[in-house]
Design a protein around this ligand. Sequence first.
Ligand code: HEC
Ligand code: HEC
Ligand code: HEC
Ligand code: HEC
Ligand code: HEC
Length: 480
Amino acid sequence: MPSFKNFREGWVRPALFFGNNPLSLIGGALTTAAGLTLVGFWIVDILGRGGSTNPYLGILVDLLLPGVFVFGLLLIPVGMWLRRRRLRIKGQLPEAYPQINLADPIFRRGIEFVLAATFVNFILVGTASFRGVAYMDSPNFCGAACHVMYPEYTAYKIGPHSHVPCTECHVGSGINSYIRAKANGTKQLIEVAFHHYPTPIGSPVESLRPARDICESCHTPAKFAGDKFIVKTSYGDDEHNSRTQSIVLLHIGGRDTLGNLTGIHGVHLGHIEYVATDKERSTIPWVMRRTPDGKETVYATSAAGSGVPQGERRTMDCIDCHNRAAHAFVTPEEALNNAMYAGAVSPQIPWIHKEGMELLKASYASEDEARQKIPAQLEAFYRSSHPEVLASQSALVKTAGQQLAVVYSQNVFPFMKVTWGTHPNNIGHMNYPGCFRCHDGDHVNKAKAGDSIPNDCSTCHNLLAVDEPNPKILSEIGMQ
Ligand code: HEC
Ligand code: HEC
Ligand code: HEC
Ligand code: HEC
Ligand code: HEC
């Protein structure tokens, strides 16, 4: 076999000879270590156990580790070329290349070095990757390390789902959504690295897992929730921040003990499809309800025209109402009312509602600026217009200023262009169209005169009080 002999003498022996240099040896060790780690990830992935569903893992498994692999691979010929050049300049190129001989101490030392370096590198690369995975899986990574997600992370931490990992809702199960999420995650990380991401990040999220898979793994949709008593407290712009309250008894319903679907949950958990003509799903000209007996009723606005309009067609699920379940941003009115009700911004301070609202709605270049300016301007306002307030309640004013800044920083993120109202909440109808996207009286059944998606005030709740100073019902049930 002369060609094999040629190959051995003309290529393999010189390669090993020139390759016996630190640079090439380190390259070889890096490549093997990255390769072994990669194979480890693939095996865990294929077994499907202990594998992570994190979308950003793609950057590690698909980019970083292969990067180290290729880098190591490139170091080998570079090292060989350098050694060859060095020897040629010194005129020390051998006539014939040494045989491959394990007894040769130089050759043996090279092999020992590669083995040892591979072992060390494997431990290093492997541990770093493993820790990287654990880190990337934590909400901390999604929310804090990646500052792009900071608005959602901030709202999430104070929301009811602060113990549900981001990936639980944002990454699907199954190989398809896994691969899609990974590709998406890698794209996002690259966008972030090159400062080329959308501000704000838009909703709705098209790649969200179906609500059936996310929400229903913890909440039983058919659980009968009955009626919910909701009290909302607001304050006025007058000197005394006069307090009023609205009270509704909301018919959440569900599946009752007789198996009937009732109330808000019951009705929509049946089959309702709709077409939205804008990306935000805020304009819904066409809605179809299918009852269990297969009967279909179409409700449409005059804008829908005849037939089914063009747009996104969707079957209604939890997220059409609970779109802000995990990270809700509120309006400045809600934010201030809540803070005053909780006492963080004391309603005892004259004019605080009016002045607080103005400060919240003003624009600030950054969160830092808001944190510094809001308390300072509140104090300046009282100093110039109502010094007697500052004299008697300076501590309350100071706390109020700080708390206003906190409220601001939980809802407005100038660097991501997230401001009041950027992410509407669909759960009610007072602040955003919400339920009234369909329940507005304009969605009519053309086949049956007088039939429309109901919108009278008693459809969804009993209105027990609307902006009353001292609702009688509260004293009757001993709440006042
Ligand atoms: C309980 C489920 C759930 C959890 C947990 C969750 N999200 Fe979301 N997220 C959603 C839903 C639902 C939407 C879609 C809102 C829409 O379609 O209008 C969304 C939308 C988003 C968006 C798009 C922009 C926006 O504000 O609507 C971002 C970014 C986001 N989530 C990041 C996160 C991060 C970061 C975490 C963890 C810190 C997280 N999410 C945890 C359910 C969740
Ligand atoms: C991993 C479990 C889990 C998942 C997934 C989950 N939730 Fe929850 N959810 C909870 C827990 C636990 C609470 C109760 C928190 C509390 O009472 O403080 C809760 C509370 C709620 C509440 C009541 C909030 C309030 O302010 O009282 C709503 C509404 C809700 N979840 C909707 C959803 C929706 C919609 C989804 C899907 C997008 C979802 N949840 C996904 C565990 C989960
Ligand atoms: C048609 C709109 C709508 C849909 C669809 C919907 N919900 Fe609700 N849900 C509501 C309203 C309204 C409330 C009461 C809101 C409040 O407490 O302020 C509520 C309340 C809840 C609560 C809190 C119940 C309590 O006792 O406080 C949970 C949990 C919940 N929903 C889960 C779900 C899940 C899971 C789905 C999907 C299977 C779902 N919802 C679908 C409108 C909806
Ligand atoms: C995508 C359109 C759509 C949205 C959004 C929507 N609904 Fe509905 N809703 C319907 C349809 C369709 C019906 C069935 C009407 C019928 O058959 O009479 C319905 C029925 C109801 C009913 C039962 C009315 C009755 O008397 O039978 C209640 C209660 C209700 N919705 C509450 C809500 C609440 C609360 C929200 C917001 C959190 C909401 N809906 C959001 C489409 C919608
Ligand atoms: C399609 C269902 C639906 C209809 C119709 C409806 N509401 Fe509501 N309403 C809701 C829901 C859901 C909430 C609770 C929102 C929340 O939990 O934040 C609510 C809350 C309220 C509140 C509480 C105060 C607040 O600031 O949130 C008032 C007041 C109110 N509705 C008034 C009305 C009036 C007046 C009408 C008739 C013109 C009406 N609603 C029709 C679903 C409806």
